[in-house]
Ligand binder design. Structure first.
Ligand SMILES: NC(=O)c1ccc[n+]([C@@H]2O[C@H](COP(=O)([O-])OP(=O)(O)OC[C@H]3O[C@@H](n4cnc5c(N)ncnc54)[C@H](OP(=O)(O)O)[C@@H]3O)[C@@H](O)[C@H]2O)c1
Length: 238
């Protein structure tokens, strides 16, 4: 039986991932900040098989408590999915230090803490994987998004470096680098995205992203990075 930790488990992509993992008979340890996770997912999932935690990743103690709890209850983790993230799209003049710090805490530091803290359990799996949700904004700089771009660039460095550090050691670090996905993520949210879509901008849909994740977990040999961009994404970002 495989066990997965999923951060951002109540979000658009996190919740779809949990449903897909449930279908694959994976035990899920769901971590969410505040969205009503105890709604749909809790009704859907067997509470005797899956585990639910609440944490705000801007609070390091919250993360450390969850890690200690997981270590006390589980011997082995097969997958760590770092899905949680925030997108504060602001120019430097308007960006506050606390928004900058939150971007780093959620998009980078939480991934460092979970990867390091759960490493002993990941090492107990035969084919473990730490998959993080990266962004094209971690490859292509974009004006007025300094906190998001800097954090996703840092995440890319973290994931690709650990991928090499752990090569052949039973823990695959994988970065899933995504272009725009039709979710409520980031400043402006779904309404803004729907408007851009009517003007011709292309988006990935959540289902195709999650199918890719499920495809990756089934591979016996994994690459350090997988990229999914909607049509025209790279041209737009240049
Ligand atoms: N959508 C896109 O276009 C796109 C493109 C490239 C990459 N990505 C990446 O994909 C991931 C998932 O995005 P999504 O589109 O599914 O967006 P989403 O629905 O907004 O999901 C984000 C998740 O992160 C959680 N989160 C936010 N702040 C947190 C905090 N302080 N502590 C703990 N958890 C926190 C959210 O919890 P709450 O529900 O409680 O806020 C939510 O579960 C993100 O890492 C994002 O950077 C998205």
């Amino acid at each position: 039986m495989k066990t997965a930790v999923i951060t951002g488990a109540g979000g658009a992509m996190g919740s779809e991932l949990v449903k897909a993992l449930e279908k694959e008979d994976v035990t899920c340890i769901l971590i969410e900040r505040e969205r009503d996770l105890l709604g749909e997912l809790v009704h859907m999932l067997d509470g005797n098989k899956h585990f639910f935690y609440k944490a705000d990743f801007t609070n390091q103690k919250d993360i450390q408590n969850i890690i200690s709890n997981i270590i006390s209850k589980h011997q082995k983790i097969d997958y760590l999915f770092n899905v949680a993230g925030i997108g504060i799209y602001k120019k430097l003049e308007d960006l506050t230090l606390s928004e900058w710090r939150a971007s780093m805490d959620i998009n980078v530091n939480s991934i460092f803490l979970f990867s390091k803290g759960l490493l002993p359990l990941l090492k107990n799996s035969k084919n473990a994987m730490v998959l993080s949700f990266g962004s094209g904004m971690g490859i292509y700089p974009k004006e007025n998004r300094v906190a998001y771009c800097a954090s996703k660039f840092a995440l890319r460095g973290l994931s690709l470096t650990l991928s090499r550090e752990f090569k052949g050691r039973g823990v695959d670090f994988v970065l899933l680098t995504l272009g725009s996905v039709m979710t409520d993520f980031g400043t402006g949210g779904l309404i803004y995205r729907k408007k851009l879509e009517t003007n011709g901008k292309k988006y990935l849909n959540v289902e195709e992203v999650i199918s890719k994740v499920i495809e990756i977990i089934k591979l016996s040999s994994r690459k350090e990075e997988y990229t999914l961009f909607p049509e025209g994404y790279e041209e737009e970002t240049k």
